[in-house]
Each structure stands twice: as structure tokens, then as C-alpha cells.
Design a protein around this ligand. Sequence first.
Ligand code: AMP
Length: 191
Amino acid sequence: MKLVFLGPPGAGKGTQAARVETAYSIPQLSTGDMLRAAVAAGTEIGKQAEDIMARGDLVPDEVVVGIISERIEADDCANGFILDGFPRNVSQARALDEVLVKKDVTLDAVIELAVDPDILIARILKRANESPDGARDDDTEEALQHRLRVYEEQTAPVADFYAEKGILRTLDGMQEMDEVTQQIRSALDTI
Ligand code: AMP
């Protein structure tokens, strides 16, 4: 199963994608995690991405498209994958289409977790306070406001892009975490 998870920061998409990874034995491919690993390892990509990420802006499309295009070639993606945090704008979505066409692969579904923006800030700041590794650089209130704006302006249109293709499933991300998991399972079971 080839899936995309879409949702603003704090919508719980990473948590839910991890649960789908376990339940369906397909890897969760988080561009955010991959970029943070590159920053920590001090690679060229990491150096290029570090300041951009700390501000809450998007790193250049060619960087993330390159990362994902290479990653989905790996053996563990043979039965599918969950793209978490990618695509983040319509041009990435178009680039992904091209990559998938070349590999003769189609997306099965795009799961969008819809959440009221007003509750997101509180949720993320809570996550930052509770994290055993300390807060992420981009979990400050200022960076967060910016990430939400970037989401509204650049990522929200990605949902329309997939709605037109008929593969968008919008779910209520405001429910309890287990309830959201259940909704996702029901949606995926119809595929
Ligand atoms: P996330 O962990 O998904 O919230 O991503 C953290 C940060 O990594 C984002 O605010 C961006 O700076 C960067 N990032 C992650 N995924 C992408 C993407 N698909 N396109 C551009 N930047 C990304």
C-alpha cells in the first residue's frame, strides 16, 4: 500500500503513520526525520537545511524530492510506504507523480488529518515540553506560527490536488488518538 499522510504540524500525523507502519508492515518515510538526521550528521544536505528548518520554512523541493525518490527504491518499500511530511507543496506533489510514473507505481490513498489550527499550538508546545530529548529547534511559538502559515499557504493546496485525483480521505484529527487510528484503519480497509 502506498500512502501519503497530510496534516498540519501537531495533527498527530507522525504518530498515526507510525501505527500504520506497524499494522501494515510498510515503512514510514518522514522527510522531517530524514532532514533532522542529516543536520545531526552534518552532511551537505543537513548544512543546507538547518537554518531553513529552524525558521519553519520549507527546504528546497529538489532536496526532498531527491531524498524520497532514492528512499522509495529501497527493498523495504517493495510492498509500499507511508510518506509523512511529503509532499509539502503542489510542485512536490507533481514531482512525486513523475517519480512514481517512472517507477510504475501509483498512490493508493492520501490520508488528511483535519485539525482546528487553534488547538495545534497548545498541542505542539506540550509535545516540546514533554519530549525526553528536549524541544525541537522549530517548536518555539514563533517558528510554530510560521510553520502553520506555511502549511496553510503551501501544503493545504496539496489536499485539493489529490481530491481531484479522487484519492483524498479527509479524517477528523481532533478525536482521541485511538479513535483516529480506528478511522484510518477503516479507510485503509476499503482500499
Ligand atoms: P516535520 O518534521 O515534518 O514537521 O518537518 C520539519 C521541517 O523539515 C519542516 O518545517 C521543513 O523545514 C522541513 N521539511 C520536512 N519535510 C519537508 C518537505 N517535504 N519539503 C520541504 N521541507 C520539509
